[in-house]
Design a protein around this ligand. Structure first.
Ligand SMILES: C[S@@+](CC[C@H](N)C(=O)[O-])C[C@H]1O[C@@H](n2cnc3c(N)ncnc32)[C@H](O)[C@@H]1O
Length: 309
């Protein structure tokens, strides 16, 4: 039984009914939802709440800050409430709103595509840095293997005007989204999309200047331990490589020497947990040299960059 005095209980009851009478302003909706997402275990509860409310109100997230006292219309509140419910069940915010920002552009995503991660921007930066070191009197030939929503191929094409990009994926559904993104971001004329198991169906050009890839690199055991928000909503084929996590990268390392120009670069995203194993695989192949790792913001080895010697 409560030890509160009758007066305190009365006061508490009064506060609760006052709070129920408060209008559901933007600020109150954000505070309530942040608290709800926190309890559901979200790693970014405030951000999630803001992105969803901005989407329901069809405005930019920043615009919420000058609208704290406004009361969203009933229709917007209904749409927001539904998204909050589904987020509470684990659905990723990017799938709820249908997009994710990556390298300063907005990319459409759905349940056929991996949701682009910020770490992958390091791969784009390394690719663009390496691209500057080529001095060719022809377009730079770059391939993105496992393009997903097309973030790597499109970001590279946007920033490197001399690049002609091939983008492949084993998933036809992902390629549809990637093609839509390339059209929307106006680089479709410099990207050729095609379905292929790694490089096997790619005939032209015979050799690329650069091969980049963010392949599946999660092991079966790691997959089981992933958060339900990832495991239950993102495509398994975009995440899992096999029992070790290194299988797809090993295949790519095998296929690359015949498809890369001498002096060309292979740039692969990986998990820090398999960095040693991938380094050993690369060093065992005499076709590669100048091996270096690029670390992510947490200081973990995240990108493997190799030269075809
Ligand atoms: C980790 S996701 C990367 C997606 C996107 N590049 C990104 O960085 O957000 C891996 C992608 O590789 C594709 N994939 C998996 N196995 C493949 C294979 N054998 N050949 C080509 N693509 C493959 C998946 O469909 C998925 O789109």
């Amino acid at each position: 039984m409560s030890k509160a005095t009758p007066a305190a209980r009365l006061n508490e009851g009064k506060k609760m009914s006052e709070s129920q009478d408060q209008p559901w302003t933007v600020l109150r909706l954000l505070d309530w939802t942040t608290d709800f997402f926190k309890r559901k275990g979200s790693e970014s509860p405030r951000l999630d709440a803001e992105v969803l409310l901005a989407h329901a109100r069809d405005c930019e997230r920043i615009e919420l800050y000058t609208a704290f006292a406004e009361e969203p219309e009933e229709e917007q509140r209904v749409a927001f409430r539904e998204m909050v419910r589904r987020r509470g069940e684990g659905m990723p915010v990017a799938q709820l709103v249908g997009y994710r920002e990556f390298y300063s552009s907005r990319f459409r995503v759905n349940d056929a595509t991996l949701i682009p991660r910020p770490e992958t921007e390091h791969l784009v930066v390394e690719t663009l840095d390496c691209a500057k070191q080529f001095s060719l009197n022809r377009p730079l030939q770059i391939i993105d293997v496992g393009t997903g929503s097309g973030v790597i191929a499109i970001s590279v094409a946007q920033s490197c005007e001399n690049a002609v990009v091939t983008a492949v994926d084993i998933s036809a559904a992902a390629l549809k989204i990637a093609t839509w993104n390339a059209q929307k971001l106006e680089v479709a004329d410099r990207i050729k999309f095609m379905q292929s198991d790694l490089l096997t169906a790619v005939e032209q050009p015979e050799r690329f200047d650069m091969i980049c890839s963010n392949p599946p690199y999660v092991s079966e055991a790691e997959y089981k331990a992933l958060s339900p928000t990832v495991r239950d909503f993102e495509p398994r084929g975009a995440l899992v490589s096999g029992p070790e996590g290194t299988e797809v990268i090993a295949q790519l390392l095998e296929q690359t020497p015949d498809r890369l120009q001498i002096g060309g670069r292979l740039i692969i995203e990986l998990s820090p947990m398999i960095a040693d194993a991938c380094q050993a695989l690369a060093l065992a192949n005499s076709a590669f040299g100048d091996l270096r790792f690029i670390k992510d913001l947490d200081g973990h080895r995240r990108i493997l960059s190799l030269q075809r010697t």
